[in-house]
Ligand binder design. Structure first.
Ligand SMILES: [Zn+2]
Length: 371
């Protein structure tokens, strides 16, 4: 079957590039999904609409798609760039007086509900990071053996100096990074920019696993290497995420996956830009408030497909705001007053791909503080 060629903007090359699926006619996509410690906001939803729009377009053009989106339920620290601060899951668990399992179950359920409301078709699979701890440990062991990682006191760091291509995706340099540092990075690191693969448990009272380096938990970046390599193999077509994932998350993922495999893993990197509201660019990390009239409009999105409703969010500059910030700082999540009780009972599975999902009677959830 002949299909029209598709050209996509590749963050890696900073140019449009023809999509050439590794398996003829089947495009395999890995999408960075939510960290399930709070409700997603409209900026997050826009990021998740990008791969949905891609899948819908490819399907229309005669391609098959196989999209995997991860659920991060451990290891995402409040300071991504320098691997400092607390695990976001743990912060929410403490603020809401819940276990991390309860927090993960509740906000995963809320995420699935929200994407149905805005008519995002579900991915084929939603792997959870906590299900892939053995694969992460295996990857870290390989990185240590290969000289790309080192352990200090039960914490394992990636040695960025061992991977000369580090910075290639984001076009960041370690010098730029250091200009934004507030406070001192872990002085035990070989380089301040070395990032955490495995973190010693320390005061971390929940979500701790045994490992060759003692009890601890994985870093955020190794999660996506483990899940993408496990589920899509060592070479797949498209990796999606938000523009704020380019650095450090995707830069680190690329360094990990390519060091282990010895070759390029991702064919094309596709990132959704930052969302603007009322003409002002609204950084996702400082939150985006949707005016009530816009929410009203979104209520009618269900079943309208990609050309109406919230998919209009994509219309504004899909790759605007591409330049990754050298240092991103996250505000601490605030306590929530919503009752999270009975979450597991209300948990619902995502509808199969192709289902319209939304009833069309529900609006977007009120936007909260961003992560
Ligand atoms: Zn990811």
């Amino acid at each position: 079957m002949s299909r029209p060629p598709v050209r996509l903007y590749n963050t890696f090359t900073r140019s449009k590039q023809e999509l050439r699926p590794i398996n003829d006619g089947v495009v395999r996509i890995y999408s960075c999904g939510p960290t399930v410690y709070r409700y997603v906001h409209v900026g997050n939803l826009r990021t998740f609409m990008v791969p949905d729009l891609l899948c819908r377009s490819l399907t229309y053009l005669g391609y098959q798609t196989h999209q995997v989106m991860n659920i991060t339920d451990v290891g995402h620290l409040t300071d991504d760039t320098f691997d400092r601060g607390e695990d976001k899951m743990l912060v929410s668990a403490r603020l809401e007086n819940k276990s991390t399992d309860e927090i993960a179950a509740y906000y995963t359920d809320a995420f699935m509900t929200d994407i149905r409301k805005v008519n995002i078709r579900p991915a084929v699979e939603y792997p959870r990071a906590t299900q892939y701890i053995p694969q992460m440990i295996e990857l870290i062991e390989k990185l240590i053996v290969q000289g790309h990682a080192y352990e200090i006191g039960g914490t394992v760091y990636y040695d960025i100096a061992s991977f000369p291509a580090y910075g290639r995706l984001s076009r960041n340099t370690t010098d730029k990074l250091l200009t934004g540092v507030r406070g001192d990075p872990d002085p035990r690191k070989k380089h301040p920019g070395d990032f955490t693969l495995w973190k010693a448990a320390g005061e971390h009272r929940q979500q701790v696993w045994p490992s060759p380096w003692g009890e601890g938990f994985p870093g955020w970046h190794i999660e996506c290497s483990a899940m993408s390599l496990s589920l899509l193999g060592d070479h797949f077509d498209v990796h999606t995420g938000g523009a704020d994932n380019v650095f450090p998350h995707h830069e680190a993922e690329m360094a990990q996956s390519e060091a282990v495999t010895g070759h390029r893993v991702v064919g094309l990197w596709m990132h959704g830009g930052l969302l603007s509201s009322r003409g002002d660019r609204a950084r996702r990390r400082v939150g985006v408030t949707v005016p009530s009239r816009d929410r009203q409009r979104h209520r009618h999105a269900g079943g309208d497909g990609p050309r109406r409703g919230p998919h209009a969010l994509i219309a504004a500059g899909a790759r605007e705001g591409h330049t990754p910030q050298a240092v991103g700082r996250s505000p601490r999540p605030r306590p929530r007053s919503r009752d999270a009780g009975g979450a597991a009972a209300r948990r619902r599975r995502g509808a199969p791909r192709g289902a319209t999902g939304s009833t069309g009677r529900e609006g977007l959830r009120e936007v909260g503080p961003a992560a």
